[in-house]
Design a protein around this ligand. Structure first.
Ligand code: FES
Length: 108
């Protein structure tokens, strides 16, 4: 369940709900977003839609700061949102704050 803390920071999860290397899907204002917890405790967030043909990135195989789309295996950089060459495309990324083990998305 999401909770609006102020007009832009939205609480989306407790950090301990997120597993390293397993994407978590959530929906905010009808936009599906994927969260990926990193080994260092950082959380990266991208729109949950592959720039190729809309594959569900939260279901992909995670490798560090990248996820491999489950549809056709494009490799997406979770920090930049860009497909890794030779593929070309970009997915929206979101800023994440973690405050006292609670994860917030900055929605602009
Ligand atoms: S839909 Fe993601 S690689 Fe094709």
């Amino acid at each position: 369940m999401t909770q609006v803390v102020n007009e832009q920071h939205i609480y989306v999860a407790d950090l301990n709900e997120l597993s390293v290397d397993i994407g978590k899907k959530l929906t905010i204002s009808s936009v599906e977003i994927a969260l990926f917890r990193q080994e260092n405790g950082e959380v990266l967030a991208v729109e949950n839609r592959c720039p190729h043909k809309g594959g569900v990135l939260s279901d992909g195989i995670v490798s560090g700061e990248h996820v491999f789309c489950p549809m056709h295996d494009w490799k997406i950089d979770l920090r930049k949102g860009e497909a890794v060459a030779p593929d070309v495309g970009c997915v929206k990324t979101y800023d994440v704050s973690i405050i006292e083990d609670k994860v917030y998305l900055l929605i602009s």
